[in-house]
Ligand binder design. Structure first.
Ligand SMILES: *[C@@H]1O[C@H](CO)[C@@H](O)[C@H](O)[C@H]1NC(C)=O
Length: 74
């Protein structure tokens, strides 16, 4: 998830103890959101970070595949 609404949702899920994937086009933004997400996580879960452009089909496929490889599901 990335900026704005996505970032808020990512942080909410993190607070609830969910495993979160932080994605977006900007790696430095992903890193800063990922740090916040990890701080909010009760278990200090480090989110999966994937640089991807959701306008690009191949990137979406890679995002889904990386998520499933890491968490076994979405
Ligand atoms: C990425 O995000 C950082 C921090 O918000 C910003 O300073 C930088 O300009 C962004 N880079 C691009 C390529 O948008």
């Amino acid at each position: 998830m990335i900026t704005g609404i996505g970032e808020g949702i990512a942080k909410l899920f993190a607070l609830l103890g969910a495993r979160v994937v932080v994605t977006g086009r900007n790696a430095s933004r992903i890193q800063s959101v990922a740090q916040d997400v990890q701080q909010l996580s009760p278990q200090r879960l480090k989110p999966l970070q994937v640089v991807a452009d959701l306008k690009v089909d191949a990137d979406i496929e890679r995002l889904v595949k990386t998520t499933i490889d890491t968490y076994d599901r979405i």
